[in-house]
Write a protein that binds this ligand. Structure first.
Ligand SMILES: C=CC1=C(C)c2cc3[nH]c(cc4nc(cc5[nH]c(cc1n2)c(C)c5CCC(=O)O)C(CCC(=O)O)=C4C)c(C)c3C=C
Ligand SMILES: [Fe+2]
Ligand SMILES: [Fe+2]
Length: 368
C-alpha cells in the first residue's frame, strides 16, 4: 500500500485547521444518465438502504435504476439553475460565505466543500486540505439532525479517504446541531420575515426528510432531533398547540417511513378546511430537489387542488447571513481547546532530515 504523503513536506510549514463542509451531493446534469450514476452510488450505500446486499443489488439494478432515473431527471430539470444543481449551487455559496466569515474572525481556518456522492468529492476536498497542511480536521456535515443515513455515511467516506493517508490529522466532527441557538434563531428570523412580507398562515408545517421507521426503532436519533428542533422553534415563535406540526417528506420504497407523511397531512388539512399554510424544512441546510420540487411545486399543487387557497414555502437557510454566523459559531465552538498544531520545526530535526535527503539523492545519483 502506497500511503499518500508529501515527500517534499517542509518541517517549518505552519499547520492549519481544515474544515470539511460536506453535504449529500447531487447529479452532474438533469439527465437520466447522470441521475442514474448518482442514484447508483447513493442507493448502494449500506447506511442509506439497510437491506441484505444481494437482495438489494437485484432490486436496485433490476428495477430501480431502470425506471427511476428518467422520471427523476425530469424533476431535476424543473429546478435546475444556470449554475447547475440547486444543492451544489447553494452549498458552494455556504462554503465560501463561511470561509469569509471565519476569515473576518481571525483564525487560520481553511474551508473545503466535499460531497458524499458526486463532485466535488470528499476525497478532493480532503486532498485540498492536506495540501494546505491541515494538521487538524473538523468534519462539518450540513445536517442539523443526526442520522446514520446522512451524517454517519459522511463519516464513513471521510474515514475511507483518511485510511489512505500517511499522516492522519487530528480529527473532530460536528455530528448534529439540531438545538443550536444560532441555527434556531436563523430559522426564526426567516419564518418571521416570511410572515411580515407575505402574511401568516393558519398553520405552520415543519417538514423534515423522512426515514424508514425501522431505523428509528433500531436506534437512529433522527426522529427525536427533528421533533426537538420543531418544538424549540414553535416555542421561540410563540406558537400554540394546533398552530404547528411536524411531518416527514420524500418517502422512498414501500416500507413504512416516519409519520405523518407531509403530502398526506397537507391533503388532510386542505380537505378539513385549512385555507392557508406556511411550510418550512428545517432539516435542509440548503435548498435542493426535495424542497424546491417536492415541497414548493408538487405539494403546493396537491394542497391547492384539495381545497387550500394559499401555500407559502419558506426557503432553506442557504447563505443567509444569520445561517453563516451560526455555522461559524459552531466551528468556533467545536475547535475550542484544540491544542495548536505543535510545529515540527526543530533545528536538529531539520538538519537530520536534510542529511538523509542529501544522502538519498547522492545514492540515487551514484546508481545512474
Ligand atoms: C436531510 C436529510 C436527509 C435524510 C435523512 C435522507 C435520507 C434518505 N434519503 C433517501 C433517498 C433519496 N433521497 C434523495 C434526495 C435527497 N435526500 C436528501 C437529504 C436526506 N436524505 C437531499 C438533500 C436530497 C436532494 C439531493 C439533490 O440532488 O437535490 C433521493 C434522490 C431523488 C430521488 O430519486 O427521489 C433519494 C432516492 C433514503 C432512502 C434515505 C434514508 C434511508
Ligand atoms: Fe434523501
Ligand atoms: Fe423520537
Amino acid at each position: 500500500m502506497d500511503f499518500k504523503g508529501n515527500s517534499d513536506y517542509r518541517h517549518d510549514a505552519p499547520g492549519c485547521t481544515g474544515v470539511l463542509v460536506t453535504s449529500l451531493g447531487t447529479p452532474e446534469a438533469p439527465t437520466a444518465l447522470a441521475v442514474r450514476r448518482f442514484l447508483a452510488a447513493f442507493l448502494s450505500d449500506p447506511r442509506v438502504v439497510e437491506i441484505p446486499r444481494p437482495l438489494w443489488w437485484l432490486i436496485l439494478h433490476g428495477i430501480i435504476l431502470r425506471v427511476r432515473p428518467s422520471r427523476v431527471a425530469r424533476l431535476y430539470e424543473s429546478v435546475w439553475r444556470e449554475d447547475g444543481a440547486p444543492l451544489l449551487s447553494f452549498a458552494r455559496r455556504v462554503g465560501s460565505a463561511l470561509q469569509e466569515e471565519l476569515d473576518t474572525r481571525g483564525g487560520p481556518l481553511k474551508v473545503s466543500l466535499g460531497m458524499r456522492h458526486g463532485t466535488p468529492s470528499i476525497e478532493e476536498a480532503l486532498e485540498q486540505l492536506r495540501q494546505a497542511g491541515a494538521q487538524r480536521l473538523l468534519v462539518f456535515p450540513l445536517y442539523p439532525q443526526y442520522s446514520g443515513s446522512t451524517t454517519g455515511s459522511a463519516f464513513d467516506a471521510v474515514a475511507q479517504v483518511l485510511s489512505t493517508w500517511r499522516w492522519i490529522p487530528e480529527l473532530r466532527m460536528i455530528t448534529q446541531y439540531h438545538d443550536h441557538p444560532g441555527y434556531l434563531e436563523a430559522l426564526v428570523e426567516t419564518i418571521r420575515r416570511s410572515w411580515e412580507e407575505a402574511g401568516r398562515g393558519e398553520r405552520l408545517l415543519f417538514s423534515f426528510h423522512g426515514l424508514p421507521k425501522r431505523y428509528l426503532l433500531a436506534g437512529d436519533p433522527y426522529h427525536c432531533h427533528c421533533h426537538k428542533t420543531a418544538r424549540l422553534l414553535a416555542e421561540r415563535l410563540g406558537l400554540k398547540e394546533g398552530e404547528w406540526q411536524v411531518a416527514f417528506q420524500s418517502r422512498f420504497g414501500r416500507e413504512e417511513w416516519l409519520k405523518p407523511y407531509t403530502d398526506h397531512l397537507l391533503r388532510e388539512w386542505a380537505e378539513g378546511g385549512v385555507k392557508r399554510v406556511d411550510i418550512v424544512c428545517p432539516g435542509f441546510a440548503t435548498d435542493c430537489l426535495e424542497t424546491l420540487e417536492e415541497i414548493d411545486q408538487r405539494n403546493r399543487e396537491l394542497f391547492l387542488e384539495a381545497g387550500g387557497k394559499e401555500y407559502h414555502y419558506i426557503p432553506a437557510l442557504n447563505d443567509e447571513p444569520a445561517h453563516i454566523r451560526a455555522l461559524a459559531d459552531l466551528v468556533e465552538q467545536h475547535i475550542q481547546g484544540w491544542p495548536e498544531a505543535s510545529s515540527v520545526w526543530d533545528e536538529e530535526a531539520v538538519t537530520q532530515a536534510a542529511k538523509i535527503s542529501r544522502q538519498q539523492a547522492l545514492a540515487l545519483g551514484a546508481k545512474q
